[in-house]
Design a protein around this ligand. Structure first.
Ligand code: ATP
Ligand code: MG
Length: 340
């Protein structure tokens, strides 16, 4: 049964994280009994678990669900009776996609216009439904009216809809510029999905503000249709291949970034500029070569995917360790992988 986890962060200028059901970090979170209310408020990361329904091939093979979702609390149990607790747990299709968006992602889109950076990551084993949930599949950004119970819209199309609705509702004297970027990290190389032949390199940003993607296009979009086209074109350019566990497995980490710049002309704060960005990340799935039956190029990809995810796990552990995060000169190993 596919299980995937998503993490979101609201801290301005902050970093990102993700993890899966069997990860030791699974029970860390705002719901931990050791935390008091004050600490809960400070926690910059929310973890939501989406358990997808069994898909065609699994039903044909006679698979049965191995995760039971608790009715009264956001936790699940595996057949082994290990219990894992999250901030939110969703199960199934349709209504659960809507609830996940409303509870975990929509507040971040509202924050984006207020100048807060945010990241949403889909993390989980290969075939667990990350691409489906994020909406970076090949039919990305299909007509919003085409949403059905069986084919719900993904997170990214919903973000677009909320963003443009909120921009339309801003006072007339506020101007908003929106740009999008879409890159993939494939075997530790970065490619621009909006301009597939161009190479992208990572450099330290000149102002000491993190890293810059040199050569990656930031495309200005004025309408939801233009943004949807960028998502669709980039998703089509992404590296995918069939493996033993997913006939359209993402072989790269894909990052769709929305940059928003708001200039207010109101009497209170004329000329005030607010900038923020939102990263929407569809990671490649963690995998075991034995189960994906990967060989040759697929196996090499799998090794790189697992390496990147391991580095991400280490960064999350460092960030999630409150003492380590606050300590002066604390080391967070961001440079172990291009993903981090
Ligand atoms: N919530 C869901 N409801 C119905 N079907 C789903 C759901 N989530 C995923 N699926 C189906 O499960 C299959 C695998 O999903 P998907 O390709 O999104 O997995 P993935 O996690 O991105 O895998 P990989 O890491 O290999 O890229 C697809 O056929 C997809 O349509
Ligand atoms: Mg995928």
């Amino acid at each position: 049964c596919g299980v995937e986890a998503m993490e979101m962060e609201t801290e301005a200028g902050g970093r990102v994280a993700a993890k899966e059901n069997v990860d030791p970090v699974a029970n860390r979170g705002a719901i931990s009994p050791e935390m008091d209310a004050h600490e809960e408020k400070e926690l910059p990361v929310t973890v939501a678990l989406m358990v997808r329904p069994l898909v065609g091939a699994e039903l044909v093979d006679g698979c049965r669900e191995c995760v039971s979702v608790h009715a009264t609390e956001p936790s699940v149990s595996l057949v082994s009776e290990h219990k894992f607790t999250y901030d939110h747990v969703y199960h199934g299709s349709g209504a659960s996609e809507k609830a996940l968006y409303a509870q975990c992602v929509e507040p971040l889109v509202r924050g984006l216009l207020g100048g807060y950076n945010a990241t949403v990551l889909a993390y989980g084993q290969t075939g667990s439904g990350k691409t489906f949930t994020m909406g970076t599949a090949r039919d990305a950004s299909r007509d919003f009216a085409s949403e059905t119970e069986r084919e719900p819209l993904g997170v990214i199309p919903r973000v677009m809809r909320t963003l443009f609705e909120r921009v339309a509702a801003l006072p007339g004297d506020t101007s908003v510029a929106i740009k999008v970027g879409f890159i993939e990290i494939h075997k530790e190389e970065i490619r621009d999905l909006l301009r597939p032949k161009s190479a992208v390199t990572l450099r330290d940003a000149p102002d000491g503000g993190g890293v810059a993607l040199v050569g990656a296009r930031e495309k200005e979009v004025r309408t939801i249709e233009e943004m949807a086209k960028a998502l669709r074109d980039g998703s089509n350019a992404r590296a995918t291949a069939a493996t033993g566990m997913n006939d359209r497995s993402s072989r790269s980490h894909a990052i769709f970034t929305i940059h928003v710049e708001t200039v207010s002309a109101g009497a209170d704060a004329p000329g005030d500029v607010t900038r923020a960005k939102m990263h929407l990340v569809d990671l490649a799935g963690s995998e075991r070569a034995k189960r994906t039956k990967a060989e040759g190029a697929r196996l090499q990809e799998g090794i790189q995917i697992n390496k990147g995810l391991l580095a991400l796990g280490n960064v999350i552990s460092a960030l999630g360790d409150d003492k380590r995060r606050r300590a002066k000169g604390a080391h967070v190993p961001y440079r172990d992988s291009k993903l981090t």
